[in-house]
Structure formats: structure tokens, C-alpha cells
Design a protein around this ligand. Structure first.
Ligand code: SF4
Length: 423
């Protein structure tokens, strides 16, 4: 018997940065076994004895009640009424093998279709391109985001255990594109050799993707067995690699220094633009280099006008001559009910609305990404009338944001680390 997954619909702890912080999952645990999976590396879902599944009937009743003007009783209800896009597939792949038997994802997709609800479907499976899924996706308000860490089927078979090959994934993008479904590629984590970048971007464009997003590997601090398995798959001692580069620890992960990532991100950004695609920079400290307000499929640029904008990232985009102030997002929509049950206990504050969190963390944030951890953002000595720090955005990053072009000569040129060329 399959038990109900209580947190199938939830707000992610990324809400201070992310324009699609509303997550929907059909299943509590993923049956694929990607070596880099953050959910498995933290041992959370992997330790669960049983897979639980979402309750499509309850989800349908909730959307129907709200569509008829019913009261928004929770922060999730508020987000749904505001039609904040749902990110479907945040903690497990909607098309993992169990879907063939239970079809919970199919039921949820039909409900989302019936409400024309803006949804980004995230997957590594080509099942989404077969019927009846393809029909449902073509009739709804969906963007399908397919993840690939490399163009190489051989490397992917070592990394993405159990998931369809890269060739199958690209074929799925092509099929969905032919049906008029907007598609995107998430190169996450980017583990392709650097000399493969041109071919990888070209393959995404050729398949019909409208956007690519790039995120580097974050190495989980916990779970050494997981790190060893990933090192073996990559044939590279990752702990040594990250230590040799003085990679800082951010929360529960080691992250490569920005100097080891920036050139690659800018190169991929340039390649995406040259191929007519939008670009998402999905590393937390580079989110503002994305087109639009979101790294995920640049959702607002692809037609989802209701993306969540009460975020640090939006404040950077809304800078005024380089001044980043709280006032720039003060009028953006946000929910008002408590978010306490969805956030880390270290960050929990008594009333716990989204607004409380943003206000409390605007001047600094001990447990995660703060405004001055974004690339090119620094604190100034100025405070506004309410005591909020005014931040400054570096001139070269401002030029980059306004031109959409790679940084000019005045910017220090960084060298991408050899993690990819070492493979
Ligand atoms: S498909 Fe996603 S959730 Fe599933 S194991 Fe791979 S990375 Fe984790």
C-alpha cells in the first residue's frame, strides 16, 4: 500500500532567491540514482523506507475550491491563487519507473492542464514525450525542462543510474517541440568536458530547446559514501579537487569559487544567445546573470508572467544606477500566511511569513545566500529610512545585465577549473 506524501506540494527554502519556489512532487523518493543527487546525498528521501505518493484528488479539490473563490487558508493556497508557477519534479523524477504502474504524475498533469496552471515540469525521462503524456502537455500551460549533465551517453550512464540516455532525452525534447510544447535544458550539474560545450549547446538548440540553464556541482558535506560513488563515476577525487581550490562551504555544501565557474557560465551564456536560446545561470551567486527573473527556464520570458518576484534576485535586477534597495521590491506581490513549516529550523522566526524572512535577512543571512554573496554585489555604508542596507552592484555586472553580452575587457578574466577537462 502506498501512503500519502504530505509534502507533495510545498514551498522550497529557495524562496528568497527563486522565482518559482512552489514545488510539486508525485513521489517522495526518486527511483533513479543519480550520483550527484542532492536529495540522496543528504540522506533525507533515500532513508525513507517506503515511497509515498501525492494525492491527486486532494490537489484537484484544492484548485477547484480556489478557482471558485474559496478562502486561501494557507501560504500554499495564496501562491496558487496568485498562479505562481509550479515546479513539478523538485525532489523526485515524475517519470521514474513507479509512474508506469501508479500514474500519479499523469493524474496531476491532467489537473494542471484543466486549470491551465503555469507549470515547469522537470525530468530526465523521455516518458514525457510519449502518449498520453505528450497530449496532456500539449493541451496545458507547461514548459518541460529536461536535465542533462553532459552530452555523452557513456558518461551519463555512469552518473545518472537508471535514467534514460542523453540521446533519448534529446529526442524527447524534439518530439515535444514538434507538438508546440516549450522545452528547456537544465545542464545540472554541468559535468561535460569544456571542449564539449559548443556541441552540447548546439544539440540543445537543434532539439528545439528555448532555454538552457547551467549549474555547477555542489558537493554535499555529509555522506562520504555518496561523494566516493560520484568520484568513482567521474574518475576524479572530488574532495581533493574542491579542497585544492579552497572551495568555500555554503550551508551543507562545498561550492567551487566563483573564479572557477564564471568564465564557463559566460561562455555558455554567449553560446546560448548566439543559438537563439535564453540563458539561466542557476548557481545561487550568479542567478542575476540569467535572462529574466528566473534561472529555471527563464519562465517569465517564456510567457509565465506570474513568476514570484519578492526576491533578492529581483531586487538586483531592479537596481537603480547600481543601488539595490528594499524599496525596489516593496510593491511586489507576496503571500502573508506563515511559511514556518517549510523552512529550516535554524532560520525559523515566530510569525514566519515570506515578508518576515526577506525583511529579517535583507541586512545579512547567517545560514545561506545573502544579498552580498551574489557576484558583483557589495554592502554600502548607506541605509534607507527603515534601516535596510543599500547594496551596490559592480559597474561591469551592470553592463553585462543591460547588454546581455559577455563581460568587457575591464573585467578580470577568470579561468575555469579543470574539473571538466580532467574527465
Ligand atoms: S532524477 Fe533527480 S531526484 Fe531523481 S535521483 Fe536523479 S537528481 Fe535525484
Amino acid at each position: 500500500m502506498i501512503h500519502e506524501y504530505e509534502y507533495a506540494l510545498a514551498i522550497t527554502s529557495q524562496f528568497p532567491f527563486c522565482s518559482i519556489p512552489l514545488r510539486l512532487d508525485s513521489y517522495s523518493t526518486c527511483q533513479f540514482a543519480c550520483r550527484y543527487c542532492f536529495a540522496a546525498s543528504r540522506g533525507g528521501s533515500a532513508r525513507q523506507k517506503r515511497i509515498k505518493s501525492a494525492n491527486p484528488g486532494a490537489f484537484a479539490r484544492r484548485l477547484e475550491r480556489l478557482a471558485k473563490g474559496g478562502e486561501a487558508r494557507s501560504v500554499l493556497d495564496e501562491m496558487l491563487v496568485a498562479r505562481i508557477p509550479v515546479h513539478f519534479g523538485g525532489m523526485s523524477d515524475p517519470f521514474m519507473p513507479l509512474e508506469g504502474r501508479l500514474r500519479v504524475s499523469l493524474d496531476l498533469l491532467k489537473i494542471l492542464r484543466d486549470h491551465a496552471y503555469p507549470t515547469i515540469l522537470s525530468t530526465k525521462s523521455d516518458l514525457c514525450a510519449s502518449d498520453p503524456y505528450r497530449e496532456v502537455l500539449a493541451a496545458g500551460n507547461f514548459i518541460v525542462q529536461v536535465s542533462l549533465p553532459t552530452l555523452s551517453d557513456r558518461l551519463a550512464s555512469r552518473l545518472d543510474a537508471g535514467a534514460p540516455s542523453i540521446t533519448q532525452r534529446l529526442k524527447a525534447i524534439k518530439l515535444l517541440t514538434a507538438e508546440g510544447v516549450p522545452t528547456a535544458c537544465r545542464l545540472q550539474p554541468f559535468l561535460a568536458p569544456d571542449d564539449e560545450a559548443n556541441d552540447l549547446v548546439a544539440a540543445c538548440a537543434e532539439a528545439g530547446a528555448k532555454q538552457i540553464a547551467v549549474e555547477h556541482l555542489k558537493l554535499a558535506v555529509e555522506n562520504s559514501a555518496h561523494r566516493k560513488a560520484l568520484s568513482a563515476a567521474l574518475k576524479l577525487d572530488l574532495v581533493k579537487y574542491y579542497a585544492d581550490r579552497n572551495s568555500p562551504r555554503v550551508g551543507r555544501e562545498w561550492v567551487l569559487p566563483v573564479e572557477d565557474r564564471l568564465d564557463r557560465v559566460l561562455k555558455l551564456r554567449g553560446l546560448a544567445h548566439a543559438s537563439g536560446m535564453l540563458f539561466g545561470a542557476a548557481d545561487n551567486d550568479l542567478l542575476h546573470l540569467s535572462d529574466g527573473t528566473s534561472c529555471c527556464s527563464s519562465v517569465d520570458q517564456l510567457g509565465f508572467k506570474s513568476a514570484f518576484r519578492f526576491t533578492f534576485t529581483q531586487a538586483i535586477h531592479a537596481h537603480d544606477e547600481g543601488r539595490i534597495s528594499f524599496a525596489s521590491i516593496a510593491d511586489q506581490w507576496r503571500p502573508h500566511r506563515s511559511i514556518g513549516r517549510y523552512v529550516n529550523s535554524k532560520s525559523r522566526i515566530p510569525t514566519g511569513s515570506v515578508e518576515d524572512y526577506i525583511r529579517n535577512h535583507w541586512n545579512g543571512y547567517r545560514h545561506g545566500t545573502a544579498l552580498d554573496s551574489y557576484f558583483g554585489v557589495r554592502r554600502s555604508d548607506e541605509r534607507d529610512g527603515n534601516g535596510f542596507v543599500v547594496y551596490e552592484l559592480a559597474e561591469d555586472v551592470r553592463r553585462l545585465l543591460s547588454s546581455g553580452q559577455p563581460l568587457s575587457d575591464g573585467t578580470p578574466q577568470h579561468h575555469a577549473g579543470p574539473i571538466l577537462t580532467a574527465l
